[in-house]
Design a protein. Structure first.
Length: 465
């Protein structure tokens, strides 16, 4: 998603672009051996943005079906909160093919079967990449700028010299292990809490999906994209406390079994993309997305939304912005870090300014067991306040403003106090990102952001059961 759009945007901006992918050209964008592993859901606002920026229109089969929104359900199924607005389920293989073709149409040279092994770094600047072609011969490629869109396990990012801008590794605490099936099914009865052909459903449940959630997203042709994400520490704690030995794989099957409405799943063999497992990050994007000679976009920069793990939108938006800035830099004959810094600012203004706050909220959420989530969703927040949070905006939740919320039970009251603490932190983090720094102020700014986040993480260890 990020790669082809970065290439298309850079070429549209006049740059000479080479787009590399390890896959066969018929399987462009295939994330892993498992396929184009994804829940496939994307908000309409992101689609609108790329259509406008790249001057094109998307339709079927790329946009598989339209949904009214995402609904988040409490573990006891008594409360349903809306999250993000209208959206689409994508056909990921078709979308990847469409975007690669768009890049080629814009003049990009596309090379398949190229395995990127790492960056070429000279004088602390990325000047190209090295890797292997389809004959396994080592081929070095030099470029004025490299845009890294290799996804969460990027071999370029991991081999950058240690630096203050881009982290090489991502903490496992900030990763969800995920898996999903795309399958035809038989519908048994009608219960919109378990299957809704007009909405994507998210089930919060610390026993079924510790530290994450389960989802049932509708697709065309009476198919679903159904899966779960779990966080490693939460899963270990849950297993210890319940004396179980579950894994991601066993939990997905239990989640599917638990659903009374979606029955008799039959994996969809199309594109061999019916079943797959992969990782998604749930932290804020890296504090900087650039290093000398290098820009990163999409999952390589930990961009998925920290509470929904939605990474398609940010990958598309960042891809376009990175491509545009790279083309501007080449045209201006100035590929310095100071010039490409504007990409950080633009991404922050358009999307990134809310993700640190959402990361804080995600950490808080992972510290609540099912009882507290149930209680919180019926007593702490109105639907409107919850929706505000999902967009990264800050509702006014203070102890004083909620006198009318009658809370009982000491652990519930503590959880509410912790929510007030979290919302205040979100506000502070949003303010910090509202003043995203110039290059010269970056070190100082980063120290303050990291200190705020450390406080949140120390206060809220995972506590699923
Ligand atoms: C199970 C699951 C469910 C998800 N559900 C959703 C959802 O419903 N909505 C949503 O918005 N997001 C979802 N996400 C996240 C979303 O899939 C990603 O954020 C998105 O794919 C990121 O796109 P990307 O272009 O940055 O990276 P990727 O899609 O990972 O693409 C990386 C590309 O780089 C190639 N590549 C990698 N390494 C090399 C190498 N060394 N050499 C050459 N090529 C290489 C890969 O083959 C691939 O083509 C989900 C993720 C998972 C795992």
């Amino acid at each position: 998603m990020a790669g082809s759009l970065a290439a298309a945007a850079a070429a549209k901006g006049g740059a000479k672009v080479l787009l590399l992918d390890r896959n066969d050209h018929t399987k462009v964008g295939k994330k892993t051996n498992w396929g184009w592993v994804c829940g496939d859901a994307v908000a309409k606002s992101h689609i609108d943005y790329i259509e406008k920026e790249l001057n094109m229109k998307l339709g079927e089969p790329v946009l598989d079906i339209k949904v009214d929104g995402v609904q988040v359900l409490s573990p006891d199924m008594q409360n349903k909160f809306p999250f993000e607005g209208e959206g689409f389920s994508l056909d990921r293989p078709k979308a990847a093919q469409f975007f690669a073709n768009l890049a080629i149409k814009n003049g990009v040279e596309y090379r398949s079967h190229y395995e990127v092994e790492g960056p070429i770094v000279e004088n602390n600047t990325v000047v190209g990449i090295y890797g292997r072609n389809e004959k396994s011969e080592q081929v070095k490629i030099r470029a004025k700028l490299v845009i890294d869109t290799l996804g969460v396990a990027s071999t370029i990012r991991r081999k950058l010299p240690q630096n203050e801008y881009i982290e090489n590794m991502i903490s496992t605490d900030d990763i969800e292990s995920t898996g999903r099936y795309i399958a035809k099914f038989d519908q048994v009865g009608e219960d919109l809490n378990y299957y809704d052909e007009k909405n994507a459903l998210i089930h919060l449940n610390q026993q079924l999906a510790p530290g994450g959630y389960g989802w049932v997203f509708p697709k065309s042709g009476k198919r679903v994209n159904i899966g779960i994400g779990v966080e490693k520490k939460s899963l270990e704690l849950r297993n210890t406390r319940l004396n179980k030995k579950d894994t991601l794989h066993s939990l997905i099957d239990q989640y599917v079994e638990w659903n009374p409405t979606v029955k008799k799943l039959e994996l969809d063999p199309t594109d061999e993309n019916g079943k797959g497992y992969w990782s998604v990050t749930v932290r804020r994007q890296f504090d900087s997305l650039v290093f000398p000679g290098y820009l990163g976009a999409g999952d390589s920069m930990a961009m998925p939304n920290p509470i929904s793990a939605g990474g398609i939108g940010p990958a598309m938006v960042s891809g376009v912005l990175a491509g545009e800035v790279a083309a501007e830099a080449v045209a201006a004959k100035d590929t310095s870090l100071a010039f490409i810094w504007r990409y950080n600012k633009r991404y922050n203004d358009l999307y990134g300014n809310k993700t640190a706050g959402l990361e804080a909220f995600r950490v808080y959420l992972q510290s609540l067991n099912n009882d507290l989530i149930n209680y919180g969703m019926s007593h702490f927040l109105t639907k409107q306040e919850a929706e505000e949070i999902s967009y990264g905006r800050i509702p006014k939740i203070t102890i004083a403003s909620t006198f009318n919320k009658v809370l009982s039970g000491i652990s519930n009251i503590n959880a509410f106090r912790n929510l007030v603490f979290t919302v205040n932190k979100m506000k502070k983090l949003n303010e910090l990102y509202g003043k995203y720094p110039e290059l010269s102020g970056f070190s100082e700014w980063k120290k303050v952001v990291n200190a705020e986040m450390k406080e949140v993480k120390e206060r809220f260890p995972p506590n699923p059961i």
